[in-house]
Design a protein around this ligand. Structure first.
Ligand code: SF4
Ligand code: SF4
Length: 378
């Protein structure tokens, strides 16, 4: 992959379009050849325009591709995404040990009104001081979407979240409230819809989950609850993922795919894919490949967590090993996730009884993953 920025990319990122006419072509060529350190690559002759959709009753208008910041990617990449119309940014204080939220704050400086900001709440729901601290790091007075991060139906049922949502909206710290979930997802989403105060659902989703999730998406669409999909590339290679994007965007209620975009090239590829209509032959093939490639990989259904007699955070540990450790970009995410786990839920608490592995519908070698994490990070 080339590490050089294209002329268009440099101008977009730096906001130098107005200077383009004034600079001799040779000077621009010199700048563009020196500026690249964020993984630039050949780009289409013209930036594809981003289709936009309304995110359910939140009334936020969002691009069909949005950017997640789990990798704590650079300010330059975030600004490039913004320059290409990808103006929904999802972040949290814990991502990349705080680097992500700081970079988002820098990237949106001077253009807050153009950005749709989504903030995942990882602190106690009623802790307004922690919320204010996150706003301070972003350099803003409010976000557009605040997301409770819950992975257990009993937690979603807890009335403290409805109260916190009301308080946050009343204090004008957020326009909309969402639920983000990657464990026991179907049950969590159903419960959120039962609760009635959620504007948005943000599940971890891939095409092997259609059977259990589509009826929920349809229910959400009827109730005006917008859907943001995350972790959609799980198990698909880059080329198949290109074909999968229009398929995901054709699902009921889906407004946007949130993706951790770490290079200019990735941004351009995602936009090209989003501009391509879904072909029905592709949909079948992509689903077939997803089923094949995800066999033996975690789909974050949460069955193992419910079955573990020791209360180990089984799905989190599997995610760290099976998903995060497959990419060098995410090693920090593993360390952050492990640091957040109390010792009684970590790998050392596992007695190797094997119950989790026996209940896993994906036949994931769960014990191997727990052992791997214990060996590498224990
Ligand atoms: S390891 Fe298996 S049971 Fe556990 S969350 Fe993943 S897919 Fe579900
Ligand atoms: S093997 Fe470990 S993680 Fe799995 S159910 Fe038993 S104690 Fe829990």
């Amino acid at each position: 992959m080339s590490s050089l920025l294209s002329r268009r990319q440099l101008l977009n990122v730096a906001g130098l379009a107005a200077l383009a006419a004034a600079l001799p072509r040779a000077a621009i060529a010199a700048l563009t050849n020196k500026a690249g350190s964020a993984g630039a690559a050949p780009v289409p002759a013209r930036a594809p325009s981003v289709p936009r959709r309304v995110l359910g009753k939140s009334q936020l208008t969002v691009p069909v591709i949005s950017v997640g910041t789990g990798a704590g990617q650079s300010v330059a990449v975030l600004r490039y995404c913004l320059s290409q119309g990808i103006n929904l940014i999802h972040t949290s204080t814990g991502y990349a040990a705080g680097r992500a939220i700081r970079n988002v704050g820098q990237a949106i400086k001077g253009q807050r009104e153009k950005v749709v900001l989504a903030l995942k709440i990882t602190w106690r729901a009623d802790d307004l001081r922690a919320f204010d601290e996150a706003l301070k790091q972003l350099g803003v007075d409010s976000v557009d979407l605040a997301l409770f991060n819950l992975h257990d139906r009993r937690e979603v049922k807890n009335p403290q979240y409805a109260k916190a949502a009301e308080r946050l909206k009343k204090a004008q710290k957020t326009k909309a409230i969402g639920l983000t979930t990657h464990g026991d997802m179907a049950a969590c989403m159903q419960e959120a819809l039962d609760q009635g105060f959620y504007d948005v659902l943000m599940p971890s989703f891939n095409l092997t989950m259609k059977k259990e999730c589509l009826p929920i998406f349809e229910r959400a669409a009827k109730a005006g609850v917008g859907i943001i999909l995350m972790k959609t590339e799980n198990g698909l290679g880059a080329l198949t993922y290109q074909k999968a994007i229009p398929v995901y965007l054709g699902l009921p209620g889906v407004a946007t795919i949130n993706k951790t975009i770490t290079t200019f090239q990735q941004c351009d590829s995602l936009l090209s894919a989003a501009a391509t209509p879904a072909a029905s032959a592709d949909a079948h093939e992509v689903e077939r490949l997803a089923r094949l490639t995800l066999a033996g990989h975690c789909t974050m259904c949460g069955a193992c967590v419910a079955a573990c007699p020791r209360g180990v955070a089984v799905a989190d540990l599997v995610r760290c090993s099976d998903y995060y450790l497959s990419r060098a970009d995410y090693v920090t995410a593993v360390q952050d996730t492990l640091a957040e786990l109390p010792p009684h839920m970590g790998p050392q608490a596992c007695t190797k009884c094997g119950t989790c592995e026996r209940v896993c519908p994906q036949h994931v070698p769960v014990c191997h993953h727990i052992q791997r994490i214990a060996t590498v990070f224990g």
